[in-house]
Design a protein around this ligand. Structure first.
Ligand code: ACM
Ligand code: ZN
Length: 740
């Protein structure tokens, strides 16, 4: 503890000294790190004499820069078409530079930005913003606005260009819908990080999100789920009508907004699988078979028939509208995780195989992709798809592969000479957990900051220079099945991971160092993210309990840990932890890391949460899936759970009956999978009984799919879960009771 206190003191001392000397903190903690940064002696003072020279500059860029400067300065930055004088920000165009390259020089007279294109200029402006107070990112009005009279910059020369032409983020807007306003903010955040591609996953089993004039039912019905809707509830959307879509005007607005910020939006319509939102609305696109085969996500009847010629007409019509809406060079058609068994049973698909001399259904996927390439070509577009499209198929030479499963499939794609984006699960799937105790998937592993940072998009293969060039860049993908709650969980998963993606995509490999990145993040960039208004993730504290003493380590010296003593979640008003805590009731303490009002997850003291383990029998009307059974709820192993094979229906129940009545204070009934919080009950309630005959209502399941039984006045004989609606998700999971 002593060490920690000392470090905090040193940091405070530095901060005070900088305040006294002025604000010329150096080095500036840039993210992504520019390729070459040289500090010169001396400073440049920006004050109310500052002139923004508009000559040579892009009009949007000038307005963007002025808007940001005016957020923090107590004077209007004046603009002039002259290029000379002093106290300026001026722009120079140099045709020999690269497309996104720039030079940023601060000397004693002013700031000079040199670039070939407006994209390079835009990135120079981003770098300049990082030399300003973080409040430049906060669109505050009124008394909360920062009002600087002046600002001192170090004299500096930055020569910078990106390592990769493609620096992407994918967001799934199907499983969770993000409205236009959110997408515009998201685009702003990407731009601050010099990310230049936004891959928007617009259609999947759980919702179709883009208006298609020719097929209005795609959004009138296919964009909505809930009881009585075209799509059943999924991923905690609950029984109420859930969904939404972008009108064509919305799309045009998003595309233009992104383009101004040097971001290309690449639309994905996931085909021919992942298509429940189409097949539930236009079932005629399905194969001619009544058999239902489930996809890996457990969806039946979600695959287009590839032998039905009418489907290509429909897809042509859809792509015609998509191609008009999105100016991107590529349209992504998915192609992943197709359940092909229906193709085997379907007379149309089988007839096509015969006609084309195919021997394996996988070849039908190749045929489908080939047809889509031709359709897209008609509209001046190239095809992109997940790595399955290159597996057993030939592609057009410039069709683009998005490698997601392993680095080896990226290698296979480049060996076939196809341009490839690397969004490899174990590094780039940011729906994975940051750490074992946090929410998120883990099927591709834990994507910690360090793990993600270690990703080199070109891998460690022995590639020729030509092959290396085929890897056009990295992308971080956020699948959205866990993003409906808690609020802002998308931002938690995105940041600071997109800061890492930004640096992986931008900064040359030999200039990257995780510890250095972490310092820049902690010392400056968390504050920028905070001012951007992002509910980003902070690492949580390490908490230990030994010899009656709780010890806590903050994840970084500049972050504080706050705590509570009553099991409640720490807030910004909770006391700051310092020293050690001597206690014999450690189970009542909770700790969380804070940056301003942003807080990390709340962690309890480990290994002291003790639950009772009375003998219990579980009976139920629910059918278990093949991996679980009711004994998983009788074993008091809190890591295991019961999961159903199907969706429950109204009246379904599961009952815990204790062999001997249990004397206790609270019983927490958790549904869903531990930590991941998948497959929870959203429409049901819990009852308990002292005699096993008469039951008392303990309330409905909350947003966390839990009910806590309180005010227990006698020994409890039984607890039961009752399902109140038909239309829950495809399955539910139930955990061991937590009795205290
Ligand atoms: C994917 O994760 N199915 C591309
Ligand atoms: Zn078929």
């Amino acid at each position: 503890m002593k060490k920690l206190t000392t470090t905090i003191l040193i940091v405070l001392f530095c901060a005070v000294t900088n305040a006294v000397m002025g604000n010329n903190v150096k080095p500036v903690n840039f993210i992504p790190l520019p390729q070459e940064v040289t500090y010169n002696d001396g400073t440049f003072l920006m004050d109310n004499q500052l002139v923004l020279c508009t000559a040579n500059a892009d009009k949007f860029n000038i307005g963007y820069l002025a808007k940001h400067l005016n957020r923090v300065f107590d004077f209007t930055v004046s603009q002039s078409s002259k290029t000379s004088g002093t106290n300026y920000i001026r722009f120079v165009r140099e045709s020999s530079m690269g497309d996104e390259e720039y030079r940023l020089v601060v000397d004693n007279k002013g700031i000079t930005i040199t670039s070939k294109t407006k994209a390079g200029e835009f990135y120079a402006i981003q770098t300049l913003l990082q030399m300003m107070p973080a409040e430049i990112y906060a669109p505050l009005e009124g008394p909360n606005r920062m009002l600087l009279k002046q600002w001192t910059l170090p004299q500096i020369k930055i020569s910078d260009f990106p390592r990769f032409v493609y620096r992407g983020n994918m967001l799934d807007v199907s499983r969770t819908f993000f409205d236009k306003q959110y997408i515009l903010r998201h685009i702003d955040w990407l731009a601050y990080h010099k990310i230049n591609k936004f891959h928007i996953h617009l259609a999947d089993d759980n919702g179709w999100r883009v208006e298609i004039k020719k097929y209005p039912l795609l959004t009138e019905r296919g964009a909505w789920r809930g009881y009585g809707e075209a799509l059943v509830p999924s991923f905690n959307s609950g029984k109420a009508r859930y969904g939404g879509f972008y009108t064509q005007d919305d799309i045009r607005e998003m595309v233009a907004y992104a383009a101004e910020r040097n971001i290309e939006i690449i639309p994905e319509i996931d085909l021919p699988g992942h298509s429940k939102s189409v097949t539930s609305t236009y079932p005629e696109v399905l194969c001619k078979t009544s058999a239902e085969f489930l996809s890996v996500q457990g969806e039946g009847k979600n695959v287009f028939c590839v032998g039905n010629e009418a489907n290509y007409k429909m897809l042509d019509n859809i792509m015609k509208e998509i191609s008009k809406l999105f100016p991107s060079e590529y349209i992504h058609i998915g192609g992943d995780e197709v359940q092909m068994k229906a193709w085997k049973e379907c007379p149309d698909c089988q007839a096509l195989m015969q006609k084309e001399g195919m021997t394996d259904e996988k070849q039908l996927l190749g045929y489908f992709v080939g047809r889509m390439e031709k359709i897209l070509q008609k509209y001046g577009k190239k095809l992109a798809g997940w790595d399955e499209i290159v597996e057993d198929n030939e592609l057009q030479p410039d069709s683009r592969v998005y490698a997601w499963r392993r680095m080896n499939v990226a290698l296979a794609a480049i060996q076939k000479g196809r341009p490839t984006v690397t969004q490899i699960g174990e590094y780039c799937y940011i729906d994975m957990k940051y750490s074992p105790i946090e929410r998120g998937h883990n099927w591709a592993g834990i994507v910690s900051l360090e793990k993600m940072y270690s990703f080199d998009p070109i891998g460690s293969f022995n590639l020729s220079k030509e092959q290396e060039k085929l890897i056009i860049g990295p992308q971080a993908g956020l699948w959205a099945e866990m993003l409906i709650f808690p609020p802002h969980f998308s931002e938690y998963q995105l940041y600071p991971r997109l800061c890492i993606l930004s640096e992986i995509g931008w900064t040359l490999q030999d200039k990257r160092d995780f510890k250095d990145f972490e310092n820049r993040l902690t010392l400056s960039h968390y504050e920028r993210l905070y001012d951007m208004g992002i509910a980003f993730r902070l690492p949580y504290p390490t908490v230990t309990y030994q010899n009656n003493t709780i010890d806590v380590e903050a994840p970084a010296p500049s972050l504080v840990v706050r705590y509570t003593m009553d099991k409640s979640e720490p807030t910004i008003n909770s006391p700051v932890f310092s020293g050690k805590i001597i206690t014999d009731t450690p189970q009542n303490f909770r700790f969380a890391t804070f940056f301003a009002t942003n807080k990390s997850i709340t962690v309890p003291v480990p290994d002291v949460e003790v639950y009772m383990t009375p003998e219990v029998k579980v009976t139920t009307s629910l059918k278990a899936n093949k991996y679980t059974n009711t004994t998983t709820l009788e074993d008091w192993d809190f890591g295991t759970y019961f999961r159903t094979a199907d969706a429950p229906v109204k009246g379904d129940w599961l009952m815990f009956t204790f062999t001997e009545p249990v004397k206790c204070q609270t019983i927490k009934v958790n549904t869903n999978i531990p930590v991941t919080q998948f497959w929870g009950v959203t429409d049901g309630h819990v009852e308990y009984s002292y005699d096993g005959i008469n039951f008392i209502d303990a309330g409905q399941f909350d947003i966390h799919n839990s009910v806590t039984i309180e005010h227990i006045s006698a020994e409890v004989k039984a607890v039961r879960i009752l399902i109140d609606g038909s239309g829950e998700e495809k399955a539910i999971a139930i955990q061991d009771l937590r009795i205290q």
